[in-house]
Design a binder for this molecule. Structure first.
Ligand code: PMP
Length: 329
């Protein structure tokens, strides 16, 4: 028998695929960690499982209890699936600016959805603060707190980083990805550095985020904006504290979308924009590290989640982004 003992064991152990176009562009080897292959179709299934199991281990949640979270969507999807599999409820708070597909998906999975207007983090109405309040006011509820709960990055230290190291037989020169909570970049960075201090860890920051300036010049400062969902951080979250960032890139939506479009047209991979930004960063990192260098990055979620945005002609035109030829017909 070659079976999997339970559905939660389907999370993680994702494939690492050689990306042909990006490798050729970089003159090296670029590998993408296929996080869209998780049951919830994103990298956030790992954090969701890590957070739920940490709450269980610390005795914070009772049978039939509830997980509450503020999320751009993917963490909510992961939490809802993990909670269903373990007999818990979920209440998900998200800004109403997120894609329609994510909202429909969360409702379909059985999460109770609370939509709030987009507001700055300093505003008490911000989705993260709203989710904390709801958790405090709900009996037998735990606030997942993905931004500042380091069970998030631990899932990447013990999972994602170990897997990448093993899949590349320890022959890896660099790793890069963008940050939302920072759990992925910090966790994979720490995990890989523990194996080999020489692995170069690079942050690929979208426009509108403050981390590029922070790691480059020590000041949290944002410039411009991005339509990428799930990434773009304005503060040092608990997950980002101590993240071993060696270098950083600022990647535009246009540069990320170029790879989203090329990876679909040339390699049959349908991805979201954070994946495109990560691949753009990986190409830059491999060029910087020199010919033949081997760089891994994260393919964060499936493009099927963005049919009404990244794969919609009217939306792309409205955002001033290039429309792929096959959507022009
Ligand atoms: N890409 C997408 C699509 C996401 O939803 C997230 C999670 N917010 C990320 C990237 C970033 O992951 P992390 O929270 O681990 O920084």
């Amino acid at each position: 028998m070659h079976t999997t003992p339970n559905t939660l064991a389907l999370i993680g152990n994702t494939p690492l695929v050689l990306l042909k176009g990006p490798s050729e562009a970089a003159g090296g080897e670029i590998y993408g960690k296929c996080e869209f292959a998780n049951p919830g179709a994103s990298v956030k299934d790992r954090a969701a499982l890590g957070i739920v199991e940490d709450a269980e281990a610390r005795g914070l949640i009772e049978p039939g209890g509830c997980f509450v979270e503020g999320t751009a969507g993917n963490t909510g999807i992961g939490l809802a699936l993990v909670a269903n599999a373990k007999g818990y409820r979920t209440i998900i708070v998200m800004p109403e600016t997120q894609s329609r597909e994510k909202m429909d998906t969360l409702r379909a999975l059985g999460a109770e959805l609370v939509l709030v207007p987009a507001a700055p983090y300093s505003n008490p109405a911000h989705f993260v603060h709203t989710s904390r309040r709801i958790a405090e006011e709900t009996a037998n509820a735990v606030w997942a707190n993905q931004f500042d709960n380091i069970a998030n990055r631990r899932a990447h230290i013990v999972g994602t980083a170990e897997e990448i190291w093993a899949q590349m037989d320890g022959r890896i020169d660099g790793f890069t990805c963008a940050a939302g909570t920072g759990g992925t970049i910090a966790g994979v960075g720490m995990g890989l550095k523990a194996k080999d201090e020489a692995v170069c860890i690079a942050l690929s920051d979208p426009h509108g985020a403050a981390l590029y300036e922070y790691y480059a010049h020590g000041e949290l400062k944002a410039e411009g904006s991005s339509v990428a969902e799930g990434i773009g951080q304005g503060r040092i979250t608990a997950n980002l504290e101590g993240a071993p960032i060696d270098t950083q890139f600022r990647i535009s939506d246009a540069e990320g979308m170029e790879w989203v479009t090329r990876l679909l047209a040339e390699e049959g991979l349908c991805l979201g924009l954070s994946s495109g930004i990560n691949v753009a960063g990986a190409v830059r990192l491999a060029r910087q590290l020199g010919p033949g260098s081997r760089v891994a990055t994260i393919l964060c979620d499936t493009g099927f989640r963005y049919l009404s945005t990244l794969y919609n002609r009217a939306w792309l035109e409205q955002k001033g982004l290039a429309v792929p030829p096959w959507l022009k017909g």
